[in-house]
Each structure stands twice: as structure tokens, then as C-alpha cells.
Design a protein around this ligand. Structure first.
Ligand SMILES: Cc1cc2nc3c(=O)[nH]c(=O)nc-3n(C[C@H](O)[C@H](O)[C@H](O)COP(=O)(O)OP(=O)(O)OC[C@H]3O[C@@H](n4cnc5c(N)ncnc54)[C@H](O)[C@@H]3O)c2cc1C
Ligand code: FES
Length: 279
């Protein structure tokens, strides 16, 4: 059993948990994720290790409430327990001194891009970060991202905070004027990562994305997370979750992400009924 030590509401739909998980914190690296099951009959869901503290033996995760399990997580409180956590999983991010790097986080993707940005900064890179969300209320970790960036650009789709634009607009401008940028790292909704890659392709800048395909076992056995990269089938859980974005078939990823939409809706409706409509 794993105790929730801290709970913080980062926005109406995004929540942070700091969890006591010594065995995961000990080995965690930027880019890793873990799988949790709230209780013995719960489904397994993958979440990124958004931060970790080896001395305290804790991991931090930031999750967006999108369906049954994440809504259920949202009603847990500090002091409550999660039944199972396995990790760290996935291949850690490749961190080295590339020179100048742009890190892009969209929506809840700001959380997984943070540890990579921090690692790249510690490795001596000059970091320009772009964080974006639909509206101001959905933005979080501005100060945390600022601390690990040399420059931080904020965008909102509706202009309620920062620049009124999608993240690809300042990205395009940066790539157009600064020929020293060597790498772009982008994490967010698949559609955002697709358009970031279309933007960087024009400038031939290597782009790393982290794929949030549906996962079941997360050990490379079931094939649920399969994605196509460079015309080859890869399993995001063991071959990724990070890949060369220019080689990813994003349309296939998006098609596979909505494969169980009907079942997910039914599960959410049943959960809502069970909770007496309070969710
Ligand atoms: C490596 C990885 C890291 C992730 N990190 C984060 C994170 O840090 N924060 C965060 O908010 N979300 C993250 N996700 C997505 C998160 O796993 C899903 O939002 C979650 O599983 C939804 O479960 P649900 O029951 O609440 O919603 P559901 O109603 O089951 O699903 C809602 C949507 O979430 C996706 N989803 C559903 N089940 C899974 C599953 N088992 N695996 C992956 N996606 C699924 C589908 O696209 C679906 O349409 C990550 C996914 C992957 C693969
Ligand atoms: S989740 Fe089963 S192979 Fe990746």
C-alpha cells in the first residue's frame, strides 16, 4: 500500500499527488512512468513520474481527470492509500548537453515535460520553454518551469494569460530566427505533438515526443500500446514512451486512443451513478 502524502489541486481538472514510494523514487529518472491500481479490482493506468525525491522516497504525479479511474483518484485525499504501484517503467530520456533546446508542454503535458527540462538544464543546455493551455485556469507549474528555463513563453488559446496563440506559433518564430536550436522536446495531446513535429520538420530540427497510447500490462506482453514509428511497430511501454516525433504515425495513435471510447463512457456513467451524481 502506498500513502498519498500530499494532494494539491492545480486546476479544476488537474491534481497533484506526492506518494510515498521509496522503491520507485530510488531508481526514477526523467522520462519514466509508473502504473497504478487504486484498489485490487481497479484498472491499471500509466502516469508519468513528474518529479521525485530520492532522499524522502517520494514520487510526484500530476493527473488530469478524464475518466473513471482519474476521477476516482481525484476523490482520494492526503493520508489515503493506493493499492499497487509499479515502476519506474519506460526508457529514461536521453539527457546530454545538446546546446540550445526548446521544451514544449501542452495542458497536462507540462508535468511530464518538467523533469526532462530540469535534466537538460542540469546537463548544461540553454533552455527555452513554451507552456500552453486552452485557458489560464488550466495552466500550472509556471514558476517551476521558469526555474529550469532560461526563457519561458506562455500561451493560451483564448488569450486569458500570456500570449493568445497555440504553442506552435512561438515555436515557429523561434526556429525561424534562432539557428542554434538543436533539439525540441514536446509533450501534450497527440494533436499538439503532431503539429509541433510538422513545424520542426520544416527546419529539420530533431524532435522528441512522449506517446500516451493506451496501456494495459506495460511490460511489452499485451501489445495494447503499439504505435508505428518509422514504419515499424513499437511498444510505447518498453520501446518508449519517447520517440523521434518525425517518424511517429500520429493519426494511427489518435485512432487507437479512442478505441474504447464507448466502454469508457459506460464505465464513467456507472461510476457517476454509484457516487450519486457527485462526480
Ligand atoms: C506513458 C504514459 C504516461 C502518462 N502520463 C500521464 C500523466 O502524467 N498525467 C495524465 O493525466 N495522464 C497521463 N497519461 C494518460 C493516462 O494514463 C490516462 O488519462 C488514464 O489512463 C485515463 O484513465 P481513466 O479511467 O481516468 O479514463 P478513461 O475513461 O479510461 O479514458 C479516457 C482517455 O484516456 C486514455 N486512456 C484510457 N485508458 C488508458 C490506459 N490504460 N493507458 C493510457 N491511456 C489511457 C484514452 O485516450 C481515453 O480516451 C499517460 C499515459 C501514458 C501511456
Ligand atoms: S502495454 Fe502491453 S505491450 Fe505495452
Amino acid at each position: 500500500m502506498f500513502k498519498i502524502l500530499k494532494k494539491e489541486e492545480l486546476s479544476d481538472v488537474v491534481t497533484l499527488f506526492e506518494i510515498d514510494a521509496k522503491h520507485i523514487a530510488k531508481k526514477a529518472q526523467a522520462g519514466n512512468f509508473f502504473v497504478l491500481r487504486i484498489h485490487e479490482e481497479g484498472e491499471r493506468i500509466p502516469l508519468t513520474i513528474a518529479d521525485f525525491d530520492r532522499d524522502r522516497g517520494t514520487i510526484t504525479t500530476v493527473f488530469q481527470k478524464v475518466g473513471k479511474t482519474t476521477y476516482h483518484m481525484g476523490i482520494l485525499n492526503e493520508g489515503d492509500y493506493i493499492s499497487d504501484l509499479i515502476g519506474p517503467l519506460g526508457i529514461p530520456s536521453h539527457i546530454e548537453n545538446f546546446g540550445k533546446v526548446v521544451c514544449v508542454g501542452g495542458g497536462v503535458g507540462i508535468a511530464p515535460v518538467y523533469p526532462i527540462t530540469k535534466g537538460l538544464k542540469e546537463a548544461g543546455n540553454t533552455i527555452i520553454s513554451i507552456i500552453g493551455a486552452r485557458t489560464r485556469n488550466l495552466l500550472f507549474w509556471e514558476e517551476k518551469m521558469r526555474k529550469v528555463s532560461d526563457e519561458l513563453i506562455i500561451t493560451t488559446d483564448d488569450g486569458s494569460y500570456g500570449r493568445k496563440a497555440v504553442v506552435t506559433v512561438p515555436l515557429d518564430e523561434l526556429l525561424n530566427k534562432d539557428k542554434d536550436i538543436k533539439l525540441v522536446v514536446a509533450i501534450g495531446p497527440a494533436i499538439m505533438m503532431k503539429f509541433v513535429c510538422k513545424t520542426t520538420e520544416k527546419y529539420n530540427i530533431k524532435t522528441i515526443v512522449s506517446l500516451n497510447s493506451i496501456m494495459v500490462d506495460a511490460t511489452g506482453m499485451c501489445g495494447a500500446c503499439r504505435v508505428e514509428v518509422g514504419g515499424e511497430t513499437k511498444f510505447a511501454c518498453v520501446d518508449g514512451p519517447e520517440f523521434d516525433g518525425h517518424k511517429v504515425d500520429f493519426d494511427l495513435l489518435m485512432k487507437r486512443q479512442i478505441m474504447y471510447l464507448d466502454e469508457e463512457k459506460i464505465a464513467m456513467e456507472r461510476y457517476r451513478e454509484k457516487m450519486g451524481g457527485v462526480i
